[in-house]
Design a protein around this ligand. Sequence first.
Ligand SMILES: [Cu+2]
Length: 252
Amino acid sequence: VEIIGIRSVLAVGAGIALTFAACGSDGDSAAPAPAASVAAGAVATAPATISASAQSSDGTSIVVDRIDLPAPGFIAVHGDGGGSPGAVIGNSALLPAGLSLDVAVPLSQPLTADGLVFPMVHIDVDSDGLYEFALPDETTDGPGQTVTGDVAVVSAEITLRSGSNTESEPGSTIEIRNFSFTGDMEIAVGTTIRVTNFDGANHTWTALDGAFDSGTLRQNDTFEFTFTEAGEFPFRCNFHPSNMTGTIVVTG
Ligand SMILES: [Cu+2]
């Protein structure tokens, strides 16, 4: 674990250097190619493209609109290191070669304020299916490059959705997946429940007695409600009331 931590730090430094080299090459045709190209063996690290739009988020994930890979790889999301890629704050699952659209990338370090993130192409150079950072003289994984040899990285402006508070005390969570809630639960008065819709379809989390109502939850939307009274709270999805139901029992 310690070794991985050190490697991550070194790789972040390398990422920044590569970005600077790429920028410098704009006005200097003699600039050396990014160092990452030495990591390219049988597995191509170019040409790769990636794009991500300005978007709203609850802070726990972002969406990359489009990524086109020359070989299987990942999206590494870097935080804002003063206008350039900083530390890695999350990565996608392994993506296939070719085009992937609307890829949700979970953030292991959730965002707590509006700001920039830097999704970067990360090629699985050693083809082991694992997301890894490498020392400069090793071949494991490495950044993807564009057709012109620049590191394939973009910036995206993230706006935290109002109501999201990633610093709140962890309470209980309900996930909506495949047109169902993750189940009934029993909680104590004062517990905050956070509901997240992971489906592409819209849903709601609505108490039959009107105690709470999320309104329409689009994909990756969240809604929080704090239970301040004991009781039994049957709920449903207003769009799918016949098969999306549940009950929360709140004990004093
Ligand atoms: Cu529904």
